[in-house]
Design a protein around this ligand. Structure first.
Ligand code: ZN
Length: 173
């Protein structure tokens, strides 16, 4: 894809001083607003390109977000258990979802993890496809910054396919 050949202009500082800018409104907003933004943008991208491209672009944006969040928000100085505890706390604090590591093989670096009450999809109508492409990229980005290795993350269960949680498998690329 074309974006891969162009440098990212994203900076964490570019997100602004939210405390300064929203003195009365504060840093939070309803999940509805996040989803309205996310799913309208996805609809436009799917119509401008196609569904598959829209999902790929979401995965790429999630990857960038996971990478930047890991670099700017997470404490990467500890061992794997510390990393998971820190990540779990941050995802809860930021109201992204409740993370659980179901299986972890630290030799092969393969993981199965679940996110319940996921920001992107919990409560969505049931369809025949998983919808958390952004999360797939996000998780891969976080794991990559921590480990220095490249990951492929695939959502295998999703609220949108009838499960009550999202389940992701992660493995080295
Ligand atoms: Zn999902």
């Amino acid at each position: 894809m074309q974006y891969e050949n162009k440098p990212s202009k994203f900076t964490w500082e570019g997100l602004g001083d939210i405390g300064e800018g929203r003195k009365n409104m504060g840093p939070d907003m309803p999940v509805l607003v996040y989803r309205l933004f996310q799913y309208t943008l996805k609809d436009i991208l799917a119509r401008e390109y196609d569904e598959e491209t829209a999902c790929s672009l979401y995965r790429a944006a999630g990857h960038l977000a996971g990478t930047e969040l890991a670099k700017n928000v997470l404490d990467l100085s500890g061992d794997f258990d510390f990393f998971v505890a820190n990540l779990t706390n941050k995802l809860k604090e930021l109201k992204i979802g409740i993370l659980r590591i179901e299986k972890a093989d630290l030799d092969s670096l393969t993981f199965t993890l679940t996110v319940s009450e996921d920001l992107d999809c919990s409560g969505l109508p049931i369809s025949d496809q998983t919808v958390c492409d952004y999360d797939e990229g996000f998780i891969a980005g976080v794991l990559e910054v921590y480990s220095g290795r490249q990951f492929t993350v695939k959502e295998i269960d999703c609220w949108a396919t009838g499960d009550r949680i999202c389940r992701f498998s992660a493995a080295l690329k």
